[in-house]
Design a protein around this ligand. Structure first.
Ligand SMILES: NC(=O)c1ccc[n+]([C@@H]2O[C@H](COP(=O)([O-])OP(=O)(O)OC[C@H]3O[C@@H](n4cnc5c(N)ncnc54)[C@H](OP(=O)(O)O)[C@@H]3O)[C@@H](O)[C@H]2O)c1
Length: 169
């Protein structure tokens, strides 16, 4: 079974989105996301797909929607979580849940690892990463970087977490 991970950037209040968009513009985080997900499977909710506005190149884009008629060129469209799991189980490539809020909520119990960029700042917005029990996770790596975005210098704690008890999917 290939690895399934969450990748997310959040602020100190676990904020991840504002009005369908990211609340910040931090090129370092976008580059981090690109490097981690390149040539992998990426799974996203329909809102996140529409907010990105296009297929992310050199990755298998899997979009989850309840709309049975939804089609978008270059995407694999699935209508339930079981079909996501079936697809990624057949794949020998690592898969990432890339958001948004509703996908994170449903997939935290199902993933093996999480890549969390915690921006040490508070922003305004309306979409949050769900609370999770930190005791369920081992810290594989954790480091703090200082980067520039939105003409501001941000500290970002970049964490790679591995679930202590392996998920049965
Ligand atoms: N900071 C970050 O790292 C990050 C990453 C990604 C996204 N975001 C932000 O997150 C926000 C969007 O989050 P969101 O929760 O509103 O939307 P979302 O999770 O991207 O998409 C939700 C949609 O996905 C579909 N869906 C979800 N679960 C499903 C299931 N079990 N079966 C079938 N379809 C399912 C539904 O689409 P239908 O309505 O079509 O049925 C649902 O309305 C945006 O602000 C975005 O910018 C932030």
């Amino acid at each position: 079974m290939s690895k399934l991970s969450i990748i997310v950037a959040m602020d100190e209040n676990r904020l991840i989105g504002n009005n369908g968009k990211l609340p910040w513009y931090i090129p370092w985080d976008l580059k981090y996301f690109k490097e981690k997900t390149m040539f992998k499977n990426i799974v996203m909710g329909r809102n996140t797909y529409e907010s990105i506005g296009n297929v992310l190149p050199n990755r298998t884009n899997i979009v989850l929607t309840s709309d049975l008629n939804f089609k978008s060129e270059g995407c694999i469209v699935v209508n339930n979580i079981e079909d996501v799991l079936q697809y990624i189980d057949k794949s020998d490539i690592e898969s990432f849940i890339i958001g948004g809020s509703s996908l994170y909520e449903q997939f935290i119990p199902l993933v093996d690892e999480m890549y969390i960029n915690l921006i040490q700042h508070t922003f305004k917005g309306d979409s949050y990463f769900p609370s999770y029990d930190e005791n369920d996770w081992d810290i594989c790596t954790e480091e703090t970087v200082e980067v520039t975005g939105d003409k501001t210098v941000y500290k970002i704690k970049t964490k790679h977490l591995i679930k202590k008890i392996k998920t049965q999917r």
